[in-house]
Each structure stands twice: as structure tokens, then as C-alpha cells.
Design a binder for this molecule. Structure first.
Ligand SMILES: [Zn+2]
Length: 141
């Protein structure tokens, strides 16, 4: 029997609002960024540019941004969470997202603009090395 390994990520509402504004500003392209977390609590937001060749279809953070973010997260011994938006589709990992996530090991927060012009909404996922997806809960507080 598989036990549902559910988890909760806490995001302070001011940081969540920053993320929403960042992904709204990137619409209709995919927008991306990273978060630094400590003990399942987001402590810092790193909005970045999307350097994917087709930014309407995928998102990639540049190597130099990643190095900068890693170095900063190291200073408080945090974990990196990757976030990006889907302009049209559900806030659920695409096949390509799963491929990247299972290799990187990051938690994935995905926004969807399905209800645009309403605010995008977000869901959080853990993707294991075999590619199985577990959804967690986002607590905005
Ligand atoms: Zn995606």
C-alpha cells in the first residue's frame, strides 16, 4: 500500500503576491523564478528572466542566474524551489517539466493563467527520480 506523502509549503503572503505579479507581467509567455525555503517555509523570492528558446512553451532560468541564486541560498542553508507559469494549460507538470524536475530534485510550484484575466493560481509538486508526481499544499500566511 502506498501512503500519500503529502506535504505543505508555507509562503508569506507578501512573497506570494510578488510571485503573482511576476508571472502576470510575463503573460502570455511562461514566466519563471526560484524561491529559497528553510524548513518548508519560503523565505526569499528570486524572480528571473525566462531564457527558453520558445518562452511561450517552456521556461528555463539562465546558468548565471542559477549560480547567483544558489550562492545566495547557500548563505542561509536553504532549499531551492523552482516556479513557473503555464499561460494556457492546467497548473500541472508537463511531460517536459517532469523530465527536468526528476533530474533536478527541486520542488515545483506551477501557476496557471487558465482563468486569465483573473489572477493565476498555483499548485506545488514533488517529482521523484522515477517521475512520479505527488501534489502538496500551498499555505499562504
Ligand atoms: Zn511547465
Amino acid at each position: 500500500m502506498v501512503v500519500d506523502a503529502s506535504f505543505v509549503i508555507h509562503i508569506p503572503s507578501n512573497l506570494y503576491q510578488e510571485m503573482v505579479e511576476h508571472v502576470r507581467a510575463g503573460y502570455p509567455d511562461e514566466t519563471c523564478g526560484a524561491l529559497g525555503s528553510v524548513d518548508e517555509r519560503v523565505v526569499k523570492n528570486y524572480p528571473t528572466a525566462n531564457v527558453a528558446e520558445h518562452p511561450d512553451d517552456f521556461s528555463i532560468i539562465s546558468e548565471s542566474d542559477m549560480v547567483r541564486i544558489y550562492n545566495d541560498i547557500d548563505t542561509y542553508d536553504g532549499d531551492l524551489i523552482y516556479y513557473h507559469s503555464h499561460p494556457i494549460t492546467e497548473a500541472y507538470p508537463s511531460a517536459r517539466d517532469i523530465e527536468y524536475a526528476r533530474r533536478s530534485g527541486y520542488l515545483y510550484i506551477i501557476f496557471s493563467h487558465r482563468h486569465h484575466p483573473d489572477d493565476p493560481y498555483a499548485r506545488v509538486f514533488k517529482i521523484d527520480p522515477q517521475g512520479s508526481v505527488t501534489e502538496g499544499e500551498i499555505a499562504i500566511d
